[in-house]
Design a protein around this ligand. Structure first.
Ligand code: AMP
Length: 216
């Protein structure tokens, strides 16, 4: 089974993806996480991507598509994937379809998490991340037991550089202009489910789990 998670930055895709991957043994492929790892490791891709990410712009399609192709190649053929933060443009969606097609695979369902802009700003500006395990917290809505410290491994939580008001505004614009058209792309193929992403994390997940269970 292969799933695409759609939704604006801060919709909760990463967190919900982790729950889903645990329950359905999927491999999460988050293009944002892979790019950030490349930046940390100072690869050529990381050096190119850094400026785009800092501005909240999309990294060029050809780089992203090559990156996802080599990620997929790392896993066995029967591994199912959950694509988180990818595709973000129609070209990426088409490239993903053809990549999967070459392996006799397909996207089974795409899930769009819907969250209004006002909630996004609030969510992203309070988001904190563990550098060790990648767990995400929110200073108000999902705080760690000890302030600034990851519950799982004691990592010192940090705030992403692009989670600042100016960049958040641009990321939302970019989402509307370049990524929202993908919603219709999957709708056209009858592969779209829309979920209200506002509410308690586990309530949102229950709905997502039901959708995926039906597809599986
Ligand atoms: P995310 O962690 O998904 O919010 O992504 C952080 C940033 O990485 C985005 O604002 C983009 O600059 C870049 N990025 C992540 N995924 C993609 C993608 N599929 N296409 C282009 N740029 C991406």
């Amino acid at each position: 089974m292969n799933i695409v998670f759609l939704g604006p930055p801060g919709a909760g895709k990463g967190t919900q993806a982790q729950y889903l991957c645990n329950d359905f043994r999927l491999q999460q492929l988050s293009t944002g996480d892979i790019l950030r790892l490349n930046i940390k490791q100072k690869t050529d891709l990381g050096k190119t991507a850094e400026d785009y990410i800092a501005k909240g712009e999309l990294v060029p399609d050809n780089l992203i598509i090559d990156m996802i192709r080599s990620e997929i190649a790392k896993y066995s053929r029967d591994q199912g994937f959950l694509f988180d933060g990818f595709p973000r443009t129609i070209s990426q969606a088409e490239a993903l379809d053809s990549l999967l097609d070459d392996m006799n695979k397909k996207i089974d369902i795409s899930i769009e998490l819907k969250v209004p802009d006002e909630n996004i700003i609030d969510r992203l500006s309070g988001r904190r991340i563990c550098p060790i395990c990648g767990a995400t917290y929110h200073i108000k809505y999902n705080p760690p037991k000890v302030e600034g410290v990851c519950d799982i491994d004691g990592g010192e939580l940090y705030q992403r550089k692009d989670d600042n008001p100016e960049t958040i505004k641009n990321r939302l614009e970019v989402y509307k202009n370049q990524t929202v058209p993908i919603v219709n792309y999957y709708k056209k193929y009858n592969k779209l489910e829309q979920v209200n992403g506002v509410g308690e994390l586990h309530n949102v997940y229950r709905i997502i789990n039901e959708i995926v269970s039906k597809v599986n």
